[in-house]
Design a protein around this ligand. Structure first.
Ligand code: GDP
Ligand code: MN
Length: 383
């Protein structure tokens, strides 16, 4: 789960990482009141969206008075930043910036270890720095079994090019705290870009990108509550409510399968026969009517879907169970779209016979994955 900047900063503050004081606002009037309350000569009004590059897109503006904060918030609220509509702004006491650094900790899946990155060339896209001057980017892995060692923060700081002793002291403390936040919140990414040095030599996090592992949210009910249902795709929200694994893609074939591996290969086969998947749902171990209805509701709410493919391999879940589930689901909901079903494995013949017997005009049974894919692509094309 990605957090908004203001939420990430709230977590930063909890772990002792210095951030500026700020307030959330959803209207220009609230932004004005926020600026007034902060009482700072200058504030910065920042679009809260779950995407980067807000500054370049015009989503971050300085304001010299509460009136000006109101006006800037009026410009930023409702703005579309890379497909994300701004519904909230964060108003924070503006900082004077002498230098912009970059600091992050994320997972290096290849090494199976958390990876720190630090550079004094911050503020810009880190990919740019990595490409332009890779030597300026210090990288350091932390062995999760040994844990973080204080000398590692010192090494990172020196290798990253922080040479002022007073800055070093602050950065070393901050690296340690960022690791505590990363582990403490079960994060996948904690990124501070820019990490600034003020003209008086104070270091603080001016931005935050914080991603928490979805699978660990049960341990953090307070963080789980930070999820903004408005930010999610409406169908992904529906899927989450119904406990269906759903992924949106950009074609026109809706795919239902049982098991992630089977679903992945189904995507490949659709591609192989010249089709494009619109989405996919993983029924997992469940093929009962409830599960099938939930998945079909999610899939058919996508207007891009022109045909539906069920690809089921009966193992623990028997094919006749799934066939019963499909038929029960079709009793309960009206679907006019062509549905192609491929059943194989345990009780496949019984399942196919049940579907054939039901004799529904839009329900087509195929024996192999390839023929089923060809059929659904052809039927969807005729829609
Ligand atoms: P991003 O564009 O989404 O990464 O948003 P950031 O929060 O990183 O802000 C982008 C840029 O806006 C920063 O690199 C700063 O140059 C500028 N900025 C943000 N906050 C302040 C502030 O308090 N004072 C000043 N002077 N500039 C700021
Ligand atoms: Mn940033």
């Amino acid at each position: 789960m990605d957090l908004y900047e203001y939420q990430g900063k709230e977590l930063f503050a909890r772990f002792g990482i210095p951030v500026s004081e700020g307030r959330l606002a959803t209207t220009p009037a609230e932004a004005r009141a926020a600026a007034q309350e902060l009482g700072s000569a200058q504030v910065v009004v920042k679009a809260q969206v779950l995407t980067g590059g807000r500054g370049k897109a015009g989503g971050i503006k300085l304001a010299g008075s509460p009136e000006e904060a109101e006006a800037r918030a009026g410009e930023i609220l409702g703005m579309d930043i890379r497909g994300h509509v701004v519904r909230k702004v964060w108003v924070e006491a503006a900082s004077d910036i002498a230098k912009e650094y970059y600091l992050s900790v994320t997972f290096d899946r290849g090494e199976k270890k958390p990876l720190f990155m630090l550079t004094t060339e911050g503020g810009v896209d880190i990919e740019e720095v990595a490409a332009r001057s890779p030597d300026a980017l210090a990288r350091l892995h932390v062995d999760p079994l040994v844990g973080f060692q204080p000398f590692q923060a010192r090494w990172l700081c020196f290798a990253g090019g922080v040479d002022d002793p007073d800055e070093q002291k602050q950065v070393i403390g901050l690296v340690q705290k960022l690791y505590e936040a990363f582990v403490g919140a079960d994060a996948m990414l904690c990124e501070v870009n820019p990490l600034i040095v003020t003209p008086t030599g104070e270091i603080k996090a001016l931005d935050s990108k914080f991603t928490v592992d979805d699978n660990a949210l049960f341990r953090h009910p307070d963080i789980a509550e930070m999820r903004d249902p408005e930010a999610a795709d409406p169908r992904e929200r529906l899927a989450r409510e119904k406990d269906v694994t759903y992924v949106k893609l950009d074609g026109d074939i809706g795919i239902l399968g049982n098991g992630a591996g089977l679903v992945m290969s189904t995507l490949d086969v659709i591609d192989q026969v010249g089709g494009r998947p619109a989405n996919f749902c993983d029924l997992g171990g469940g093929g009962d009517a409830e599960g099938v209805v939930a998945a079909l509701e999610v899939i058919t709410s996508d207007p891009d879907v022109k045909g539906i493919l069920f690809n089921i391999f009966g193992g623990i879940t028997r094919c006749d169970e799934v066939a019963r589930g499909i038929l029960a689901a079709l009793e309960r909901m009206t679907i006019e779209l062509p549905i192609v079903v491929r059943l194989d494995g345990t009780n496949a013949e019984e399942g196919r016979a049940m579907l054939a017997e039901a004799a529904r005009s839009n329900l087509h049974v195929e024996e192999t994955m390839l023929s089923a894919a060809e059929r659904v692509v052809e039927l969807a094309g005729a829609q």
